[in-house]
Design a protein around this ligand. Structure first.
Ligand code: PLP
Length: 386
């Protein structure tokens, strides 16, 4: 098999050609290349207008106001800004405050919390159910009068588990706790309307929905809770002083275009992807010793994480080199074993036999058909040689 098959869309997506075409108008002397902060000249004004149009498009799609959108360089940066930006305001009494999060969050959340922990703040880590989602009763029990922030992801990037962010948002509203959601795996794939969900802070980035890398958003609700976000990056005061630095106009334009396309195609695409996930599982579920990590039904159609007993994932991935799959999240697959799979109670051996397939816009039935055939063939080959 010569053709390469990409099934690692949860790690990143290729830029859609329609997005690239739009971005191309924002680089050269013939295009809109000005600095949106230098709006004393026409070049800057044009750039500022383009940025504000993109901001307004993104705001409309997620149900927010324009002024609630802050551009960053990545979801990781947005998450850092959300958590550190809130907590820094309590530096006089860190030891009396706590943050609640879960053990299966992305490292961007876990490592930021770890950093805050070193400064003296208490972090309460929620365990998962055996399918990887938050137990809402346990969450409510863990809340104390000193809980200032709850940070929970919408869709888990390794196993696709979906958390009930609407319910958690309601608890946070009742108890006057700030709620941050890492929506990196759901924006562009799920319709999120922030008018209907009580989320105070929301992080995401464009490269997960066919936009460019290097651009993200932190949504900051402007409401009665009146919380303040302290900046991490100081400088020219862009983005209301919350995130200084010249705005990456071409990236922002690309992000808005990519989100527009994704949202317009959302229902049709989700249906198509759901069928592909089922096709894959139906085709491989009879492999001896195969198991699903998480839950097939109550999870994102875009992700499936499976394991095959006694088949080491590193060997499997080496053998299947024409098919891009992953052993876990992109940022940990080369270093540590998966904390998410560990949180499901898997042994080290089972974790090392697990792989993630993630589907996207350019995945076809034919590719899944090939993947099924190839997986059967490779598993047989490896077992023969053991
Ligand atoms: N959160 C989740 C759930 C993710 O899947 C990722 C990326 O894999 C991130 C955060 C970090 O996103 P970025 O690469 O934009 O920093």
């Amino acid at each position: 098999m010569k053709k390469l098959i990409y099934l690692d869309y949860a790690s990143t997506t290729p830029v859609d050609k329609r997005v690239l075409k739009k971005m191309n108008d924002y680089f050269t002397i013939n295009g809109i290349f000005g600095n949106p902060s230098s709006y004393s000249n026409i070049f800057g004004i044009k750039a500022k207008n383009a940025v504000e149009k993109a901001r307004s498009d993104i705001a409309n799609i997620i149900g927010s106001k324009e002024e609630e959108i802050i551009f960053t360089a990545s979801a990781t940066e947005s998450i850092n800004l959300a958590i550190k930006g809130i907590i820094t305001n309590y530096s006089n009494n860190y030891d009396q405050k706590n943050i609640i999060t879960s053990i299966s969050e992305h490292k961007a959340v876990l490592e930021t919390c770890n950093y805050m922990k070193k400064l003296g703040i208490k972090i309460i880590y929620l365990k998962n159910s055996n399918i990887g989602s938050i137990d809402l009763n346990i969450l409510e029990k863990k809340i104390t009068n000193n809980t200032i922030l709850i940070s929970i992801m919408h869709i888990n990037n390794e196993i696709g588990t979906i958390n009930n962010i609407k319910y958690i948002g309601n608890i946070c509203k009742q108890k006057n706790i700030i709620f941050h959601v890492d929506a990196t795996q759901s924006i562009g794939k799920y319709k999120l309307n922030l008018k209907k969900i009580n989320i105070d802070l929301l992080s995401f980035s464009a490269h997960k929905f066919y936009g460019p890398k290097g651009i993200g958003v932190l949504y900051i609700r402007n409401n009665k809770k009146k919380f303040k976000i302290s900046p991490l990056i100081h400088g020219g005061g862009q983005e209301k002083g919350i995130r200084s630095g010249t705005l990456a106009v071409h990236q922002i334009i690309g992000m808005a275009k990519a989100l527009n396309i994704s949202v317009n195609e959302i229902d049709k695409e989700k249906k198509r992807i759901k069928k592909l996930k089922k096709q894959l599982w139906d085709g491989i579920k009879n492999i001896n010793g195969i198991y699903i990590n998480g839950d097939f039904k109550n999870s994102s159609p875009y992700i499936i994480n499976i394991g095959i007993k006694d088949i080491f994932n590193k060997i499997l991935m080496m053998e299947m080199k024409n098919i891009a799959i992953s052993s876990s999240s992109a940022c940990i697959s080369n270093t540590h074993t998966s904390h998410v799979l560990k949180s499901l109670g898997l042994t080290e051996k089972l974790i090392q036999s697990s792989i993630r397939f993630s589907f996207g816009r350019f995945t076809t039935k034919k590719e899944i058909y090939f993947t099924i055939k190839y997986l059967h063939f490779i598993v047989k080959k490896i077992r023969k040689n053991i």
